[in-house]
Ligand binder design. Structure first.
Ligand SMILES: Cc1cc2nc3c(=O)[nH]c(=O)nc-3n(C[C@H](O)[C@H](O)[C@H](O)COP(=O)(O)OP(=O)(O)OC[C@H]3O[C@@H](n4cnc5c(N)ncnc54)[C@H](O)[C@@H]3O)c2cc1C
Length: 371
């Protein structure tokens, strides 16, 4: 039992958002305590698909995504490991004229963000990727998007934060939070208490109740992206692949396994989930429609994760409108691995500077409470 320990900031949640915020705050000289119910990076941040892509994001998310890209590009310096991050490129595929028109339109609308999108027509596609099905008629290639291993990257953010001075308490269950005068008092089931004038709500799919406790109501729901990985195959997919509509996506790691996702699994308990047999059959059928040679490959492992979704699929990233010193960073809606490191930096900006240069007005939670 630790009693009471004070800091400048207490962070609840040791996913990529909480750990990145901790790292930034500690590097900028603040005393930081991070509390994680399980182990850092054990939830969404450590079990995701590993897509590190800007292509396909909403215009509003691109400034965050571009800021995050700068972190990804310097990952070994930033967190001490490369996390198997590679700029493999991200290829988004179209299966109709209408989908290709969507890709063209996206390229026009995002020209200012340096994505360098290259449209690929059917002839070139066929020449370069003979393994794609004939119903794939075009694509948009983002050369500097990539992929990484979330099981390595997310815990490494925690390790880097610890080296920078953050005190991390894992397997710590928060049993109570109250604000008395200018200080938040956070207590644990074992009687430990932590106090700080700033509190960061980075509790992922479990952030809703914490926010509501301070009058910040968010219509957050939990979702469970279905994932699977195949046996090792001869290497043939050089890029991370997606399709318009996002019903399926896949990438092949250097060891040869093809990691794939699409559709939803089911929740088992409040914090566990899995893919279902029906979803996996659908997923395999979708993959085979895209890459016919995948017809008889073996799936060797399946999984899912508990993710926080907002109704508009945009994150919550803001200072609390009701409570001074409280900041929210959650609701990354199935796409927070790439932007997570920047979300953490922005939270540090908000705590220390009271503002950030990255435009985040779209992510204010008052979009749900004031409408
Ligand atoms: C299967 C899957 C595939 C995905 N694929 C991609 C992808 O390819 N690319 C991409 O960009 N994004 C992807 N995502 C989304 C991305 O993983 C998430 O958006 C991101 O990791 C969210 O990070 P987080 O820190 O907000 O949440 P989390 O990683 O969930 O971290 C929140 C942490 O808070 C802790 N916590 C909760 N309540 C408490 C409490 N009371 N006390 C202490 N700790 C608490 C939890 O234990 C958890 O560790 C995927 C997600 C899933 C599930």
């Amino acid at each position: 039992m630790i009693n009471p320990q004070s800091a400048d900031v207490v962070i609840i949640g040791g996913g990529i958002v909480g750990c990145s915020a901790a790292l930034s705050l500690s590097r900028r000289g603040l005393r930081v305590i991070l509390l994680e119910r399980d182990t850092c990076g054990s939830r969404s941040s450590g079990v995701n698909f590993g897509g590190v892509r800007r292509q396909g994001r909403t215009i509003e998310q691109l400034p965050l995504a571009v800021r995050a890209k700068r972190i990804w590009d310097t990952l070994p310096d930033y967190i001490g490991i490369d996390g198997e991050y590679i700029q493999s490129g991200h290829l988004k595929l179209a299966r109709s004229q209408q989908e290709f028109a969507e890709l063209e339109s996206y390229r026009e609308r995002t020209r200012d963000f340096g994505l360098d999108l290259q449209l690929i027509g059917p002839m070139t596609l066929r020449q370069r990727f003979s393994w794609l099905a004939s119903n794939v008629t075009g694509g948009s290639y983002c050369p500097q998007d990539g992929q990484a291993n979330p099981r390595l990257v997310s815990p490494a953010f925690a390790a880097a934060a610890r080296r920078a001075g953050t005190l991390i308490f894992e397997r710590f269950t928060v049993s109570g939070i109250e604000k008395l005068s200018e200080e938040f008092h956070v207590s644990g089931a074992d009687g430990s208490r932590f106090t700080a004038p700033n509190l960061l709500n980075c509790a992922g799919a479990w952030s809703k109740d914490l926010a509501a406790q301070f009058g910040d109501e968010v219509p957050l729901t939990q979702g469970y992206p279905a994932m699977a990985v195949t046996e090792p195959l001869p290497f043939f997919i050089p890029y991370s692949l997606g399709v318009c509509g996002s019903e399926v996506y896949c990438r092949q790691v250097q060891r040869g396994n093809v990691v794939m996702g699409g559709g939803r699994g089911i929740g088992l308990t409040d914090s566990t989930s899995r893919s279902t047999a029906e979803m996996l059959q659908t997923l395999m059928a979708r993959i085979v429609r895209l890459i016919p040679s995948m017809r008889n490959v073996q799936i060797i492992r399946t999984w899912s994760g508990v993710e926080a979704y907002t109704p508009d699929k945009q994150p919550i990233l803001c200072a609390s409108p009701t409570t001074a010193g409280l900041f929210h960073g959650f609701g990354l809606s199935g796409a927070g691995f790439e932007i997570g490191p920047a979300v953490g930096e922005v939270l540090a900006d908000l705590v220390i500077d009271g503002r950030t240069e990255t435009p985040i007005h779209t992510f204010d939670l008052q979009r749900f409470t004031l409408s």
